[in-house]
Each structure stands twice: as structure tokens, then as C-alpha cells.
Design a protein around this ligand. Structure first.
Ligand SMILES: C[S@@+](CC[C@H](N)C(=O)[O-])C[C@H]1O[C@@H](n2cnc3c(N)ncnc32)[C@H](O)[C@@H]1O
Length: 223
């Protein structure tokens, strides 16, 4: 396992980090706006998933989108390697009657599910934390579970990245986190063996997120 992946897996297995995850990112104006815009783009991606279908939200973190998905009528299994993040997620029910996802601890590299057990996999804000080799391995493993994968990737076509890069070049900050060019992204998807059905930008030039809808090609469907 790479050092970076090891750090990501341990970073969130901590109650303080889990309890602060939403409030430090998504409770101010910008965070709420970000949550809303990402969710509106994810809803567009959901047109590729059958109504009331089975979705695995992995890693679900604090359930940022798991409850929304259940509220839209999907049967949701929300899974994460961190018990602490799952504990926050379970308590995040928006209202007493909101439909509940099923929460289950799990490692996305060692999934206890049968091939094609779901209609779609949802994987948001994971690929930005790991390097290419791990991303490709994760997509390959998750594609065993469902014919459609809705995955967020982080690209470099933003004012934020440009500003960080310029300040780095001027010696005013450390190197920005690695972000993808379109070419590198397409090359990476090619390596997964999946087909890119749709690539949805969240907010051009402002948000680093792309939402990719990936599909298994016939040759990659598990026997
Ligand atoms: C940045 S959070 C993203 C959570 C959520 N999808 C969101 O959009 O807010 C990354 C999550 O990945 C989880 N994680 C890291 N490695 C994992 C693995 N091997 N299997 C499952 N979850 C993992 C962490 O516990 C953490 O909750």
C-alpha cells in the first residue's frame, strides 16, 4: 500500500477529524454553495442510474450525499473505512422521516460484495487524495460492483490552481496539490478499461471538481 493511501486511511479514523469534517468545510457560505452545486451536478449524472436503483456510496465519509441519494428514492449502501466518519454519517439524518441509507464499514480495496450487486457506484472526493496508480486500482475494483460509476476527479483548470501555481513559482508557497489535465485524465480512464459516458464540470474555472460518469465496456464486465 502506498504511504499516501495509508495516511488517507488513518487520517479520518479519528473522532475529532470526523466531527470537524462538515463544519470546517461545508457550513460557511462558500461550503454550502459548493455542496449545493456539486449535488445539482450529481443529480444530472444520476440520469444514468435506474430510478430506485441500488447505489453504493463509497467512501461515504460523513454521509454528505448518502442521505440525499436515499431521499431521491435510491436504495443506498453507504460505506467507509472509518468508523468515526460513519458514526457522524449515521446521525446526519436531515429530518425524522428521511429515508435511511444502510451504513456499513468497508475497505474499497477489499469489498465483500458480489459482482454487479449494485446499479451504480458513487465515489466522491476520494480520487483527489490518492495518486494515479491507486485511482486506477480503485476504479477497477469498484467497476466489479456496478455497470455505472459516478466519480469525482480534480482538475487544474481553475483560478485557484493558477493562483497557487503562480505563488509557488514566486517562492511564496509550497507546490500545489497535483491536479489533472484533460489529457492525463483521459489517459487514466483508458487504463481503467472503462468508457467515459459523460464528464460534467461542477463550476467552470471556480470548482476543481469534474464528475465523471464511467461505464463498463463489454470486455470489462466480470464473468
Ligand atoms: C475526503 S473524504 C470524502 C467523503 C465523502 N465522499 C465526501 O464527499 O465528503 C475521504 C474518505 O475516504 C475514506 N477512505 C479512505 N480510504 C478508504 C478505503 N480504503 N476504503 C473506504 N474508505 C476509505 C476516509 O475514511 C474518508 O471518509
Amino acid at each position: 500500500m502506498s504511504d499516501r493511501l495509508q495516511r488517507i486511511q488513518t487520517r479520518y479514523q479519528n473522532s475529532e477529524t470526523a466531527n470537524r469534517y462538515d463544519s470546517s468545510r461545508y457550513h460557511d457560505f462558500q461550503g454550502r454553495w459548493n455542496n449545493r452545486t456539486v449535488w445539482s451536478v450529481l443529480k444530472k449524472a444520476l440520469k444514468h442510474v435506474p430510478a430506485k436503483g441500488r447505489i453504493i456510496d463509497m467512501p461515504c465519509g460523513t454521509g454528505r450525499f448518502s442521505w440525499h441519494l436515499a431521499g431521491e428514492g435510491y436504495q443506498v449502501l453507504a460505506s467507509d473505512i472509518s468508523t468515526e466518519m460513519l458514526a457522524v454519517a449515521e446521525k446526519a439524518q436531515p429530518s425524522p422521516n428521511s429515508p435511511r441509507p444502510v451504513f456499513q464499514k468497508g475497505d474499497l480495496f477489499n469489498l465483500p460484495f458480489k459482482d454487479s450487486e449494485f446499479d451504480a457506484v458513487f465515489c466522491i472526493r476520494f480520487m483527489n487524495l490518492v495518486d494515479r496508480k491507486v485511482r486506477v486500482a480503485a476504479v477497477k475494483e469498484m467497476s466489479r460492483l456496478a455497470p455505472v460509476l459516478i466519480v469525482s476527479y480534480y482538475h487544474k483548470y481553475t483560478f485557484k490552481y493558477l493562483s497557487r501555481w503562480l505563488r509557488y513559482k514566486l517562492g511564496l508557497r509550497k507546490a500545489p496539490h497535483a491536479r489533472l489535465t484533460k489529457e492525463a485524465f483521459l489517459d487514466e480512464i483508458k487504463e481503467t478499461g472503462l468508457h467515459l459516458r459523460e464528464l460534467l464540470p461542477v463550476t467552470p474555472l471556480l470548482s476543481e471538481e469534474w464528475i465523471a460518469v464511467l461505464e463498463r465496456s463489454k470486455s470489462s464486465i466480470p464473468k
